[in-house]
Design a protein. Sequence first.
Lengths: 290, 497, 351
Amino acid sequence: MEEVLNALARALSFGTPLLMACLGALLNERAGVVNLGVEGMMALGALAGFAVAFGSGVGDGSLWLAVLAAMLVGALAALVHAFVTITLQANQFVAGLSLTMLGLGAAGLLGKRFEGQPLFNQPPEWPFTLGAIALALLLGFILYGTRLGLTLRSVGENPAAADLLGLDVVGVRYAAVAAGGALAGLAGAYLSLVYRPSWTDGMTAGLGWIAVALVIFVGWSPLRAIFGAVFFGLLYYLQFRLQGQSAIPSEVFASLPYLLVILVLALSGLRGQQGNAPEALGKPYRRGER
Amino acid sequence: MPLLQLKHITKRFPGVLANDRVSLEVFPGEVLALLGENGAGKSTLVSILYGLYRPDEGEILLEGQPVRIASPGDALKAGIGLVPQHPTLVSRHTVAENLALGIGTPLLPAQRIAPLIERVAQGFGLQIDPKAPVYTLSPGEKQRVEIVRALLRGARVLILDEPTSVLTPQEAEALFRVMRELRAAGKSLIFISHKLEEVLAIADRCVVLRRGQVVGHLPRAEASQARLAELMVGRSVSFARKRGAPRIGEVLLQVRDLSARSSRDLLALKGVSFELRSGEVLGIAGVAGNGQSELVEVLSGLRTIEQGTVQLAGAPLPSDPARVFARGVAHIPEDRIRMGTVPSMSVAENLALRSFDRPPLSRGFVLRPAAWLAQAQAQVQAYAVATPSLHTPTRLLSGGNIQKVILARELAGRPRLILAVHPTYGLDIGATEQVHRVLLEKTDQGAAVLLVSEDLEELLSLSDRIGVLYQGRLLGPYPVEAVSRERLGLLMTGGLA
Amino acid sequence: MRLEPLVNPPRFRVLWVTLGALGVAFVLVGGLFAAYGLNPLEAYRAMLQGTLLDAKGWQEVLRRSIPLLLIGAGLTLAFRTQFFNIGAEGQLLLGAVWAAGVALFLPLPPALSLPAMLLAGALGGALWCLVAAWLRGRLNVNEILTTLMLNYVAQSLVIFLINGPWKGRDARGYIYSDRFAEYQQLAVLPGTNVHWPTLLLGVLLALVLQWVLSRTTLGFRMRVVGENPGAARYLGISGVRVGFWIALITGGLAGLAGVGEIAGIHHRLIEPGQLSSGYGFTAIIVAWLARGHPALVLLTAPLMGLILAGGDLLKVSLNMPFRIVDVFSGVMLLCLIGSEILVQNRIRWGR
């Protein structure tokens, strides 16, 4: 029993950054914009959070400042994506990919001086975990119970219709992408401030990509995202648990999350999950092309 | 005093003068009909009124005051509502969610607006269910949702853009009743159409546009079909049936008990059976979404058969579009841009889409571009395609010329069966006449034509027999002499089923 | 700000727009140099001086252009067909793995060994890519995510092999395989690391692919599928089958690049990070710059080869992390795709 509870607690802890990043990606995909730059935004957020906490002397007060900085940097990086894909109408998939390259590269470059530096007091994990779950519930309510959510969903489903009603498609999309980036930044900060707490190049370790795949897996539903994140958290926990104890080479475990993403996508494909995608997902909107 | 007034509106696009000093006004409690051919400038004018385009010159006055309409939001604030030709609704949302969009309460917008919807709808005799998802609605129902939307937003001027193009005659009658109610309530209605008898049935005044200019302005009493048509086209037009005496031959296509599923995996065709003989034109009528697309897709090899058989000249139809085409089935698809052509490719390449992998256009797997140009040159001349050059991408051509490219390509190999889907949709009268003439010529040479259209005039003037698809079942086919517009309308809505 | 479509864009507009985008990219990366605490002009000078103005530098640029040429030519074709293969890195590794497998374990007459390695490498890369093509064709799974995930799996596979069953007898604390025999190594230009047979192959294949695209029925099918999938369906051109072809070609070329690296330079299977230094990702930019014309890769591959070589120099001489190359890639790609719209449109300021 204790074993099970412990496993669940670890799964929640592993799943927290996944849930945060997944909710962010879900938010901007609901507005019709795919951002594959989650991994890069997470790296930038992790670095920004760590740098602020490290620079400001690691008091309790500065933790929140650090988290805020991470979210801000995530949002700024996402705005680059927004500008390129919404205003300049570039291919969203390729733009997100380049944002990941840029984010990982810039974080690795600028973070070199923080490599190996310890951050002393580790804050508790549970407020972040609870916060992420609360956020999922809140996002679910916003999407289905408020005018804001209705607008967001409409922009993702049929931007031309929203535009004809005088709604600001471009503004909504920019805001959603920025919010998505802020959540990715938050996920990064959780890694570098709470979970580890330290900075190493490449510490996001593919979590951002898993978050992107998770959005498809949970069918763009914030509530199901909670379970999806816990499920993957559990897999991570098992990976660590089994790694030392079995004859299976550690490389198998190292590639497990990535194989799982493929499996998850294949299963989603098998169930026709793509049918749940917002109608206008990935398509730039240009007035007059309806 | 007029409620809305346009003064000398001019709008230019590169190479086109879309609106040329257009002036008109509409009073409260009146229906103003705006007539014109495709390309006459109606859509541009609507777009300007609704804030999608800004005029290069001229002004818009509302109750005598100049207003600036720079976006759809401005138009809505000014009390101008648009019922667009193609519904702009979010199909996965419910009716209430669609109507709450932009005006709902911050919390629970869809739930709270539902009673209001019912009140407004009942006030004008419109029936809608706020909880129904939009994708389950018929075109007529979607249109009602659009009308309610404009009313909910307090529209005083209602622009109806070709509202009857997707309706059966009975549905159109119902729409006119609603329009009369609205007129009685003091609303101004701008009714855009090119169907003359409808204009005469509902309008108080008619304004005719041609090549961007107002060429006629008639009160109802002075308007007649002949007069309006002459103004629209610039010459007199005949309304006679185009079909001469057909020479009908052997059975070419035999469809027995055919069932097929739609892309949404629903049963879209249920036990359809008919025969089509060479030299014959079979018209297929129906409200959009009753199985027409699926029928054409099955017959062109794009969709698998769930049940039943399709025989072409005594042999089963292959299940691959290229092989179906090779068996002599030409397909003029409903979407010229997304299916019928590759818009980024040149005229010559688009003309070669069907035959690029056969001699003379290629030898083995190597293409022979010189042969492409020779073939394209001949076809462009034969079909009078207006194009700057053979290397021009087809996205730069007009709809009529794109359709001519498709006709030239599809009909090049002397097909035995021609599947023509909305072949004249959106074309001007000249191009429409050419398409009709070409199709009838081919039947004289022994080809059979399956003509799918929502334009009942087109069906009645070309077909030898007409079948109606209603909820995946085929009613008829009936000899053309045995059906009228009204009867077709009833069949299309299940009224006689 | 408004965008206005150009009906007849001038012929050289593409060139100006591309050069402009590259210029903006260099300015932005310069900003990052400054943030890192480096004078940007100084850094660019170091990059240029060590590459173009130096004989050794030229060799380095050329050596790095070889895999970029091979992979880039394939990716150009893939992007043209809307098949976004981001997994060339993994396909390169699989090519190296299959070639190393042949070299280490398949007893062949010496004369056949090298050709067999090249064939096996191409096959290994192609099959790895085919997995993604199959998932996309059958289950509609986004190929960007699968090809990318397969990169990570390929890395683990290489590490597993050289740390486990294929670990070299002389490796001790390090991880790499046994050294290939002399006859299993590709010829190099004397005194350099430039394995010229692969270079020649890359140039030839880029030209062949250009010919395939513009002069064969397969190429025409690829263009129809890439430019209008709806029309392809209507015509009975199978997008799935064309996707398989594309996967075979791009994966195969990436596999060949992998063979070139191990048979031409390292002469054994080594750690993924040292084996490739991100050629699969850099080649995406090579392909994007070529704008759908495989032959243009002959120009764009050396350009990116220069940036990779320059990044190496910064690492050695200024002790900068090699991550700078990722930054270059990311910024250049963002600027390139962002500028695309200016080829067909012009910006109008004001209302």
